[in-house]
Design a protein around this ligand. Structure first.
Ligand code: P6P
Length: 335
């Protein structure tokens, strides 16, 4: 159920009965993420004007400790989640280990864990290119009231209860799913409210955009090289258009709206690719499938991968179903 221009807050309340678990908490969880995203958006939009794109550990002209923007973003999301008394644990790209969060009563009675990439693509900020936040939410599997365990975070992506991303771009859009389709909400910065701008997002049936860093071509496996040549061949509906921003959420979001494939394959130097399974690939894979697309490691479904480490990397192919399946054909043929 969605009415255009409905606010994100109204939408969450109107659809919270869809949540498999206690909807009130999951609603509050998503609300805390959207508030944190507003704070990060404010800083990202000013990044060029203030001393905030520098290196962590530097001091700015006022002699204040300088924070890298992604360290700032991490603090904002972690504090927002901790203060909401909903999560028992958080894993972040910015934190080596997961954080165990005690509830108000000093126990671990909260039911959800969140995995987050607070500011993906932050190296693009200095050159004014879009960046994003990616989040993934699970119901804990360890016993409520006990400290959160690594196993709570190492669940396959098919167990996610919600996932989403925020793109801080020409506008700021909040896109998420709870397993009942994908909806996008654009921030009106004048009043600080997100409004439903992209109801029930679905990939087009066909696509003609391919997004990959072709600078790695010589290091790709033969199957990837041949898929790229297939995209470039003058035949049928090809050659496709090549578009690569170098910011995963931006490339993924454009390809979901316009029809395309974004892939970051393995190379001879990085046999598992670059992208992180838990807080980059799984949440975007959940979104992709909920929008009628596909997400694969080149051979199988991303969401079925059983994680073994918090920061493990996987090859990632996502987008229009037929395009991902064609890429898998080339991968299978040469492997
Ligand atoms: P490369 C950003 O650092 C990121 O993790 C993704 O957002 C992006 O798609 C990728 O890396 C870009 O990596 O090697 O093409 O510069």
């Amino acid at each position: 159920m969605s009415n255009l221009n409905q606010s994100l807050g109204e939408f969450i309340i109107e659809n919270q009965n869809e949540f498999k678990y206690s909807s009130g908490e999951l609603s509050r969880l998503i609300n805390s993420i959207r508030l944190a995203a507003k704070m990060v958006n404010h800083k990202v939009n000013k990044a060029g004007l203030v001393d905030i794109v520098g290196k962590a550990g530097d001091t700015n002209i006022q002699g204040e400790d300088q924070q890298k923007l992604d360290v700032y973003a991490n603090d904002v999301f972690v504090n927002g989640l901790v203060n909401r008394e909903i999560v028992c644990g958080i894993a972040s790209e910015e934190e080596d280990d997961f954080l165990s969060i005690k509830g108000r009563k000093g126990k671990n009675e909260n039911k959800y864990v969140v995995l987050i990439d607070p500011l993906d693509g932050s190296s693009n900020i200095d050159v004014n290119v879009s960046v994003g936040t990616i989040f993934s939410i699970y119901h804990r599997i360890s016993e409520v009231g006990t400290p959160v365990q690594l196993e709570d975070f190492l669940q396959p992506g098919n167990k996610q209860v919600a996932a989403g991303y925020i793109v801080y771009g020409t506008s700021t859009i909040f896109v998420y799913t709870t397993g009942h389709g994908v909806n996008g909400f654009t921030l009106n910065p004048a009043i600080g409210t997100y409004y439903l701008s992209h109801p029930n997002i679905t990939f087009p049936d066909k696509g003609n955009i391919y997004s990959v860093n072709e600078g790695n071509y010589v290091h790709f496996p033969q199957g990837v090289k041949d898929y790229i040549k297939y995209c470039q061949k003058e035949e049928e509906d090809r050659p496709y258009t090549s578009r690569y921003i170098g910011s995963m959420v931006s490339d993924f979001h454009r390809n979901m709206l316009k029809g395309g494939i974004y892939f970051y394959p393995q190379t001879s130097q990085s046999p598992n690719g670059k992208l992180r399974l838990l807080y980059e690939c799984n949440p975007l894979a959940f979104i992709a499938e909920q929008a009628g697309g596909k997400a694969s490691d080149g051979f199988g479904r991303i969401l079925d991968i059983k994680p073994t480490e918090l920061h493990q990397r996987v090859p990632f192919f996502s987008g229009v179903k037929s395009m991902v399946e064609k890429a898998e054909e080339f991968m299978a043929h040469y492997t």
